[in-house]
Design a binder for this molecule. Structure first.
Ligand code: SF4
Ligand code: SF4
Length: 303
């Protein structure tokens, strides 16, 4: 039976598509954006998270680990010995304080659907639904497609949040399975795109064009274009290029997602490294100035 690998489910979300939604976060992403708010999503395998603030130094994790990957406590952790990717969960089960947790749980379509259906009345009363996020939900497309189609046949509106880096052959399937596509643009300059995400933007822009052409003028379906606002793409010159690019595609709105640094604690918990960005957040005044650059499309601030 096909299973998905998820690392979180967030209920009653209101920022990732219309109405009240349940967000499902999938593991795995082909991009590696410097500011990724879910850095534990990039790796397509399960990962071990250690929250030092919750640790009571009981050593139960190191005593229970058959691989001796934890020496005394998880501050001394030998990554290449750990078998968490092979399904080992021994230390997290032994931990009495939830200081050790695993990001990456296998789930079936039926199990996930049961969780989603618990809140069907909220979706119905608010025009909400389910949003698959990540990571990149198309990275596990066979599972995600089945899940979304199951939601639709139960009368639940469906959405995905995508970075756009997917096999163009699944474009029609995305159209079939999704009522809403939240499509994130990062940068129009390919060289900068590679520098800040690790991937070229050519396929992303082509996929966007294809999606726009098949979603265009279809009742009850829409594409919402978003752009994470970061110090690499926030120049007036680039933002005006974005405006021109969207108008060419007959898209007249854009959601900006201003950078925030909340992901930094996750980098520590998962022992991940990132190039540091120079700012902690955008001020209200900075966002107002940026919004005023755009004269011909509607800008909203999300996140
Ligand atoms: S997941 Fe298993 S192998 Fe890895 S540290 Fe925990 S007990 Fe050891
Ligand atoms: S079992 Fe949990 S609380 Fe005990 S040392 Fe390990 S991480 Fe800390």
């Amino acid at each position: 039976m096909i299973k998905g690998l998820i690392f979180d489910i967030e209920k009653y979300a209101i920022h990732d598509g219309p109405g009240i939604r349940t967000l499902v976060f999938f593991k795995g992403c082909p991009l590696n954006c410097l500011w990724c708010q879910n850095p534990e999503s990039i790796n397509p395998n399960p990962e071990l998270s250690y929250k030092k603030s919750k640790c009571i130094n009981c050593s139960k994790c190191s005593e229970s680990c058959p691989e001796h990957a934890i020496i005394k406590n998880p501050r001394n952790f030998i990554k290449n010995k750990c078998k968490v990717q092979d399904g080992c969960r021994i230390c997290s089960k032994a931990c009495p304080s939830t200081a050790l947790e695993i990001a990456g749980q296998e789930i079936t379509v039926d199990e996930l659907l049961t969780i989603i259906l618990e809140d069907k009345e909220y979706y119905e009363s608010s025009n909400g639904g389910v949003t698959c996020s990540g990571g990149e939900p198309t990275f596990q497309w066979s599972f995600v497609k089945k899940f979304l189609l199951a939601c639709k046949s139960n009368g639940i509106s469906t959405a995905i949040e995508t970075c756009g880096y997917f096999n163009p052959q699944i474009t029609e399937e995305i159209f079939e399975a999704c009522d809403i596509v939240l499509f994130d643009l990062k940068h129009l300059d390919n060289k900068i795109h590679v520098k800040i995400t690790g991937r070229q933007n050519e396929m992303i822009l082509k996929n966007l064009e294809n999606l726009i052409s098949i979603f265009k003028d279809v009742d009850n379906k829409k594409i919402i274009i978003r752009m994470p606002l970061v110090p690499y793409n926030d120049s007036k010159q680039h933002l005006l290029r974005i405006e021109e690019f969207l108008i060419e595609k007959e898209i007249f709105s854009l959601v900006l997602l201003p950078y925030n640094s909340l992901y930094k604690q996750k980098l520590i918990n998962f022992r991940l490294k990132r190039t540091k960005l120079k700012i902690s957040s955008y001020s209200k005044e900075q966002l107002e100035t940026i919004k005023n650059y755009f004269k011909n499309i509607e800008i909203s601030i999300g996140g």
